[in-house]
Design a protein around this ligand. Structure first.
Ligand SMILES: [Zn+2]
Length: 285
């Protein structure tokens, strides 16, 4: 499975991110190995917004795929998408006299379209704030750390040591957005499953260990998931929610959209490959 272009910082961004190392590293030369790049890519996912590529800072939101974004950047993108839709739907002012004015509008339209269709095409699944969840995350931009409220452990998101990067595994839960270390929450889930005598293949309800909200294990989202299996599960989850007329945040889709949705989702209910994600089937700008 390929990565989503928009969420992976480009090589130059990664190099900038680690400019210190490249500029000031004493000895060892400036050779960047493939492994280092991989580690920096992972760090980049915890450090940069997937849409604006600015440093992540609270409020941070996440989509159903576990990507991280600055809420502000998502809002800006939604506004941009909307303005493109408005100008495309023919509601843009038309004047009789001005060919010039019209062409200006066209230029503006083209410019907006470019933004949506190139830079942010990976965001076509975020059509409203319901498609993201705001994280309750102990994220310190200043210190470059994420703290797990369950274990009390602090994770360094700037250290490019392999041992440190490999520990950067987190979950958040929907709808509350509480965020914790993957390892400790996996253990907690094990206990819950054992108590209920149910196999991990099925979903169960339990309480969010931070705020007490009742959640389903279906709605446990791994942040920046590293395995195809988890990515597939998240896609399946989203398909299932769409069929129920729900968004990633578990809020209802707007009536209009969900009707279209269901219509397209009927059939044998089997979804496959790239087309299976229903949100992609929404009308795109
Ligand atoms: Zn919670």
């Amino acid at each position: 499975m390929g990565n989503d272009g928009g969420t992976i910082p480009s090589r130059s961004e990664i190099l900038n991110f680690n400019k210190r190392k490249l500029d000031g590293d004493s000895g060892g030369g400036n050779e960047v190995t493939g492994k280092e790049l991989d580690l920096w890519k992972i760090l980049g996912l915890y450090t940069y917004c997937g849409v604006s590529h600015k440093r992540l800072s609270k409020p941070i939101v996440s989509d159903y795929k576990g990507n991280l974004y600055n809420k502000e950047a998502i809002l800006e993108n939604l506004i941009r998408m909307r303005s493109t839709e408005v100008s495309r739907s023919g509601t843009s002012p038309k004047t009789n006299d001005g060919k010039q004015q019209k062409s200006k509008l066209e230029v503006k339209d083209e410019a907006d379209t470019t933004i949506v269709s190139t830079g942010d095409s990976s965001l076509s699944h975020i059509r409203s704030l319901k498609d993201v969840v705001e994280l309750q995350i102990e994220y310190s931009e200043e210190k470059g750390t994420i703290r797990c409220p369950l274990s009390g452990d602090t994770f360094d998101i700037r250290s490019d040591k392999e041992e440190s990067v490999s520990k950067l595994r987190f979950y958040y839960v929907v709808p509350c957005g509480c965020t914790f270390g993957k390892e400790i929450f996996d253990r907690l889930m094990d206990v819950e499953y054992e108590k209920k005598g149910i196999s991990r293949k099925r979903y169960i309800e339990m309480k969010c260990p931070v705020c007490g909200t009742v959640i389903s294990t279906r709605d446990v989202i791994e942040i920046n998931p590293r395995g195809a299996k988890e990515m597939d599960r998240l896609e399946d989850r989203m398909s299932e929610l769409s069929k129920l007329g729900l968004t990633h945040s578990l809020k209802k889709l707007k009536g209009k959209g969900s009707k279209k949705h269901r219509k397209q989702d009927t059939g044998d209910g089997k979804v496959n490959g790239k087309d299976r994600h229903p949100i992609k089937r929404r009308k795109l700008p």
